[in-house]
Write a protein that binds this ligand. Structure first.
Ligand code: PGA
Length: 248
């Protein structure tokens, strides 16, 4: 039985002053909900997230991690540093990092590996651009992104991970994939993992991300292979994030 997970991705938003109300409201609102919940905050706010969320039902996470354990890598944050802040989840391979910061499939696989070795749960993002969808190569792109991780870590490594399918054209655009489009790719992702490891594939949580809102969450989450969501914009408004969590 796969427990649904809703993870917020705050991206580069927030401040010490404004986070307090958001974190406190999420903690309080989460008390009566069944889904697993997490918020992935900017690095400087991990200590604050821990202090507000500790002992509650909402886990906290980061949005990226270095592929290196430690060393002369100015600006990077290592997985062990995240462990110091009791982080549970870390997003790897978000399309914004792939597009703006040159995270290749190989780099994403290395980050996934570093996160796992430190005992963190990676949330591996995969997804196609609009051009790739229109060219009919969505399945090929998503499979290539998964295969890079499987080649490096093995399919069994996904037992300690979460996958998020985020069509790039649906992120922050207000355009959501149709239920059929989303379910089709989720099923393909699961089938790819099942090919290598049936149990891991069947147990794998596959989140949908891309303009999830209170109004469309319930129908998305009712699809057989959609096990929750990775939420950007709506995670910055406590009532919206909690409504999405309640839709599980
Ligand atoms: P969005 O972002 O919900 O604002 O579309 C999702 C994401 O980028 O993870």
């Amino acid at each position: 039985m796969r427990t649904k997970l809703v993870a917020g991705n705050w991206k580069q938003h927030g401040s010490l002053a404004t986070n307090i109300d958001l974190l406190a409201a999420v903690r309080e609102g989460a008390a009566g909900l069944k889904a697993e919940m997490a918020v992935c905050v900017p690095y400087p706010y991990l200590a604050q997230a821990r202090s507000v969320l500790d002992g509650g039902r909402v886990a906290w996470g980061a949005q990226d991690v270095s592929e290196h354990l430690q060393g002369a890598y100015t600006g990077e944050v290592g997985a062990a540093m995240l462990v110091d802040f009791d982080v549970r989840y870390v997003i790897v391979g978000h399309s914004e990092r792939r597009a703006c910061y040159g995270d290749t499939d190989a780099v994403v696989a290395a980050k996934f590996d570093a996160a796992r070795q430190a005992g963190l749960t990676p949330i591996l993002c995969v997804g196609e651009t609009l051009a790739e969808r229109e060219a009919g190569i969505t399945g090929k792109v998503v499979t290539r992104q998964l295969d890079a991780v499987i080649a490096r870590c093995g399919a069994a490594a996904l037992a300690d991970a979460v996958v998020a399918y985020e069509p790039v054209w649906a992120i922050g655009t207000g355009k959501t994939a149709t239920l059929l489009q989303a379910q089709e790719v989720h099923a393909l992702i699961r089938a790819r993992i099942v090919t290598d490891d049936r149990t891991v594939g069947e147990e794998l949580r596959i989140l949908y991300g891309g303009s999830v809102k209170p109004g469309n969450a319930a129908e998305l989450f009712s699809q057989p292979d959609i096990d929750g969501g990775l939420i950007g914009g709506a995670a910055l408004v406590a009532a919206d994030f909690l409504a999405i969590c309640a839709a599980c």
